[in-house]
Design a protein around this ligand. Structure first.
Ligand SMILES: *Cc1c(COP(=O)(O)O)cnc(C)c1O
Length: 421
């Protein structure tokens, strides 16, 4: 059955009525213009502010005001162990054990700190496999790690490319590239979701393949965390890192997440050290004998920014209340599936969807094939109160998120797009 815009509107209203997660929309501030709320499909870039966040941050501001230095030990969330209050929910969200996850630093910083431990080039086994069009920061991080080890960036950064004429990577090609270069690869660093195309990579298969060859594998989950249901522990992923200002709604530049698999916890891995990675009961002995904290905590360097962590804590609570990633991913599948069907049925001849149907999360990446250039269409959407983004050279990224977007939002997007093409 093909949907007309008219059908789609009725269908959207019905889906919203049946949506068990619809009430979470009201837990967020939705930006508005004079006509009312905008259609906010940019949660893959900066997630919206949960209404809880202010309160969580104010709590720590008040404590600072009233308790000052004692605040490290007072209240429901003593600053001394503040990061631990994020650990359980933070771990559930990515399918990990609490000891495997820590919120610290920022994403690119975490990639570097983790590569210090997990990129250990030796002899012929010294290459890093990344994608050809990795997010620039990931490319710079990997390239500068290679360089840091005194190796050759051109030779030792292996770039994974889609086939000629194709936009996304085939899982079989990724796996055969790993087979082919197995004796030269020291590390595989790939995204869970590709930021430009929205393609979800088969992290389980990639991890399995890497393990067959004894190659370390890490994932950048910037576009995966809060978007997909994952099982990092069971898959056996070595390490991962993600930011929390995208689907995790923790505010601009929010503290990032890191995952280190349990199998690495008791190893004597090389690690850049700081006092917050020291075992907490003896941290203040100040004897300059580094004794690592158990688990991922050992990778911490500094005492963390509490105000920023408070925003992450508040946001993780919303995910927990909503039942975690399973129900959210189920709604997401329905919501993005509905959006895709409307796009195919109502303007399929003028809009190409880069994101593979069988490997999509929230995000669809659209290339406009109409007479009007894509950038002009993007501008027109923006003027009409639709918040999406433009990524050079020619993609409009559209990311409805299950926590605060409605099926009606998806309808409004397509209705507006059809009118602008
Ligand atoms: C958003 C994003 C980043 C941003 O890095 P920061 O260190 O948080 O500034 C890096 N890599 C990927 C893949 C991203 O999507």
């Amino acid at each position: 059955m093909t949907l007309t815009l008219q059908d789609a509107k009725k269908h959207a209203e019905q889906l919203d009525r049946q949506d068990g997660l619809a009430r979470y929309r009201n837990q967020f501030y939705i930006p508005e213009n004079e006509q009312g709320p905008l259609v906010y499909f940019c949660g893959n870039s900066l997630g919206l502010q949960p209404k809880k966040t202010n309160e969580a941050m104010q709590l720590e501001m008040d404590k600072w005001q009233n308790d000052a230095v004692k605040g490290h030990f007072t209240g429901d969330f003593p600053w001394m162990t503040y990061h631990e209050f994020l650990q359980e929910t933070g771990a559930e969200l990515v399918g990990a054990k609490p000891s495997e996850v820590v919120y610290m630093n920022s994403l690119t910083a975490n990639l570097h700190f983790l590569m210090v431990s997990f990129y250990r080039p030796e002899g012929q086994k010294r290459k890093i496999l990344i994608e050809d069009h990795a997010f620039p920061s990931d490319h710079y991080a990997a390239a500068s790690q290679v360089d840091w080890h005194g190796l050759d960036v051109d030779g030792d950064l292996l770039l994974l490319k889609p086939r000629k004429g194709e936009d996304t990577l085939r899982t079989d090609d990724i796996l055969s590239t790993i087979d082919e270069h197995a004796d030269q690869l020291a590390l595989i660093l790939l995204p869970g979701v590709q930021y430009y195309t929205g393609q979800v990579l088969d992290m389980k298969a990639i991890t399995e393949k890497s393990q067959q060859h004894g190659i370390t594998v890490g994932f950048d989950l910037a576009h995966a965390t809060g978007n997909l249901e994952m099982a990092l522990h069971d898959w056996g992923v070595d390490f991962a890192a993600w930011c929390s200002y995208k689907y995790l709604n923790s505010g601009p530049g929010a503290v990032a997440g890191a995952f280190v698999h349990e199998k690495h916890h008791d190893k004597d891995l090389p690690r850049l050290q700081g006092w917050w990675g020291h075992e907490k009961n003896t941290r203040f002995d100040m004897d300059n004998e580094f004794k690592p904290a158990p688990g991922a905590d050992a990778w911490q360097l500094s005492n963390p920014p509490i105000l920023s962590l408070a925003a992450v804590r508040a946001s993780l609570e919303v995910f927990k209340e909503a039942g975690g990633m399973r129900p959210l991913a189920a709604k997401s599948k329905q919501l993005t599936g509905f959006l895709r069907q409307m796009l195919e049925d109502c303007c399929g001849d003028k809009v190409q969807i880069l994101t593979p149907k069988d490997a999509q999360g929230c995000q669809l990446s659209l290339v406009i094939k109409a007479d009007k250039p894509g950038k002009a269409v993007y501008q027109a959407l923006t003027d009409a109160g639709i918040v999406v983004d433009w990524r050079a050279p020619d993609v409009i990224r559209v990311a409805p998120t299950p926590l605060y977007n409605s099926f009606h939002d998806a309808y409004r997007f397509v209705e507006t797009l059809v009118a602008e093409l």
